[in-house]
Design a protein around this ligand. Structure first.
Ligand code: 5GP
Length: 193
């Protein structure tokens, strides 16, 4: 269910959503997201000039960010593949990473850029990096739309390219789900207590 209300801190009208008994308020508008994506794409384009990176998109959440990011790259000849993992149910991590769809592509000697929707504890990235190092990658970097630095528990999971930092709140939209739903929202919404 979508609502509009007056937001004294940001724009005149702010969209809100009620989902499964929780109230969410729009935090990043589509325009703000587009700006973040453009900035990340420009930095990656500069860093990978003359190289042929392999983007590994972490499904399900990263498909929206990846789609915008990859189309915003300038002059980067690249390949894209997908991996599907899961560590979350509802609003918290289970601490266990499940490989639902494993890597389909050879990553040996490749310069890999993992594309994530959000880095929270860093467990997903920590385990994915270990997995890919075992497969003989040449280098690994991480691009994520959102990063929760205060929640990071694994040093090697600190992302290299970040669209926007966020504190500890749970967010939905732009690929991020709530029990499988609301990934299709064009903005990012924060839960309100
Ligand atoms: P991590 O392994 O870094 O703890 O968590 C990474 C995964 O947890 C993300 O890919 C995402 O699926 C999920 N996640 C973490 N924080 C949030 C959040 O605020 N909202 C949603 N919808 N998912 C989150």
């Amino acid at each position: 269910m979508y609502f509009c209300s007056i937001n004294p801190n940001k724009t005149l009208f702010m969209r809100t959503i009620d989902e499964q008994g929780y109230h969410f308020e729009e935090w990043l508008t589509p325009e703000e997201i587009a700006k973040d994506v453009k900035q990340v794409a420009a930095t990656i384009s500069k860093d990978y000039q003359g190289q042929e990176p392999l983007f590994v998109v972490v499904l399900n959440g990263a498909f929206v960010f990846a789609s915008d990011l990859l189309r915003a790259l300038h002059d980067v000849r690249c390949e894209v593949t997908f991996i599907r993992v899961s560590s979350y149910w509802g609003m918290s991590s289970t601490g266990q990473l499940e490989f639902i769809v494993p890597l389909q592509q050879v990553v040996e000697n490749r310069d890999v850029i993992i594309v994530e929707d959000i880095v929270d504890t860093g467990l997903t990235i920590h385990q994915l990096k270990a997995h890919m190092r075992g497969l003989g990658v040449n280098s690994i970097r991480v691009a994520t739309m959102l990063f929760k630095p205060e929640k990071l528990e694994y040093d090697d999971a600190k992302p290299d390219y970040v669209g926007h930092e966020i504190s500890e709140e749970f967010v939905i939209g732009y690929g991020l789900d709530f029990d499988g739903f609301v990934r299709n929202l064009d903005a990012i919404y924060k839960v309100k207590e």
